[in-house]
Design a binder for this molecule. Structure first.
Ligand code: F6R
Ligand code: MG
Length: 373
């Protein structure tokens, strides 16, 4: 049986109207570049999306995770878009997420975000790729917990014998570069103890406990930690397999109904509600550079290729009147959070602000402080 890999690599390499959205020429360039790679046989199929000021490349192939050719293709695409389009048009933040000058085998640690999942194709293999804007990788902790560990969200954990044995969470400490595998339901409280601190602990992979099948993969890099300064938020991506022994599509989408608070809104320094939106209609940000948002793209994987509703065009999973309610709620929460201005917890706590510009402002005050006698 052939194994197929889904690789999603994304970067913000410049945008129009400040941080609003990429230029169409950038998207078209990425499509041409990946189409060439499809012709040579490097890629089996691809899809180019944008959310906020980010461009994402969804690629399928048979070369496994972390393949240097696939990573180089993505790196070159973002580099060429920067040099040929973003810089000449003076787009905002041209080349922003490309932290290194030259490619060295893998884009991990170089700025772009990566999520990859290699698996043996089932008779029918549905996947969902989520992409978020104005937030960080830990934003997936809450929905991943609900999808794979909460029976009040995922009925299959109770009802379906294949899900009943639970799931294994691979959790990374992104500040220290360590990881741990914990199993739900047995180690649920330990899992929650870590996932509740999303600025430090992020889920990188989820496996089905009964047979070790990969179920989900998330991007885990934090740009600010890589660069040592604030260079923009990370707009994380997440790949989840669905149905027939994995959570149903509806169970995978359900955690997004009540917009939960995530870090990364405006200047990477605020908490805001994560709003589920249609990628065709609402993927660019506006109110207070937000609010943070998430899109959900659905495909089948067949013989190594993405199968969408029309060619590779994915199903737009948050384009349903149901989600209008969640969007309304997100708008209300967003306005409510803004009434707090620069007070925590609307503004992030100091350790999360480490690399933004506020510490530079406060540094000037240091000399004015006197000891209390
Ligand atoms: C960008 C973002 C924005 C910017 C803000 C200030 O992804 O989150 O909220 O941080 O617009 O940007 P500068 O400092 O570039 O003017
Ligand atoms: Mg950005």
């Amino acid at each position: 049986m052939v194994r197929t890999t889904v690789t999603v690599i994304k970067a913000d390499v410049g945008s129009v109207a400040g941080h609003h959205r990429p230029h169409q020429k950038m998207i078209d360039y990425a499509k041409r570049k990946l189409a060439e790679a499809e012709e040579t046989g490097l890629l089996k199929s691809f899809y180019v999306y944008s959310i906020g000021d980010d461009i994402g490349l969804v690629m399928t192939h048979h070369r496994g995770e972390g393949d240097s050719e696939i990573h180089k293709l993505a790196w070159d695409t973002f580099k060429e878009i920067t040099e040929k389009i973003a810089k000449p048009l003076k787009l905002y933040g041209a080349g922003q997420d490309l932290l290194k000058e030259s490619f060295s085998g893998n884009v991990r640690g170089m700025g772009p975000g990566v999520a990859e999942l290699e698996f043996e194709e089932r008779a029918s293999d549905p996947i969902v790729v989520f992409a978020a804007d104005k937030t960080e990788p830990g934003a997936w902790n809450l929905p991943l917990y609900k999808i794979f560990a909460d029976p009040f969200n995922t009925a299959g954990l109770v009802i379906d014998p294949k899900l009943h044995e639970g799931f294994i969470f691979e959790i990374v400490n992104i500040r220290e570069g360590t990881k741990v595998k914990l199993k739900a339901p047995e180690e649920l409280y330990d899992i929650l103890g870590l996932l509740g601190t999303p600025g430090t602990y992020c889920v990188s992979k989820v496996y089905r406990a009964s047979d070790g099948e990969p179920a989900a993969a998330a991007s885990i890099s934090r740009l600010s930690l890589l660069a040592g300064r604030y260079v923009g938020k990370d707009e994380p991506v997440l790949i989840v397999r669905a149905q027939s022994g994995f959570p149903a599509i509806g169970e995978i989408l359900a955690p997004f109904a009540i917009p939960y608070l995530v870090a990364g809104w405006m200047r990477g320094s605020h908490n805001g509600p994560l709003m589920p939106v249609s990628f065709r209609k609402h993927s660019a940000i506006s109110f207070f550079d937000g609010p943070p948002r998430v899109i959900a793209m659905g495909w089948q994987i067949a013989d190594g290729k993405l199968v969408g509703v029309d060619g590779v065009e994915p199903a737009d999973l948050f384009d349903d009147p149901f989600w209008d309610y969640s969007r309304q709620l997100a708008s209300q929460i967003a306005i409510y959070m803004r009434t707090m201005g620069e007070f925590m917890p609307a503004r992030l706590e100091p350790s999360e602000l480490e690399y933004t510009t506020l510490p530079q402002i406060l540094k000037r005050l240091e000399k004015k402080f006197e000891l209390i006698k």
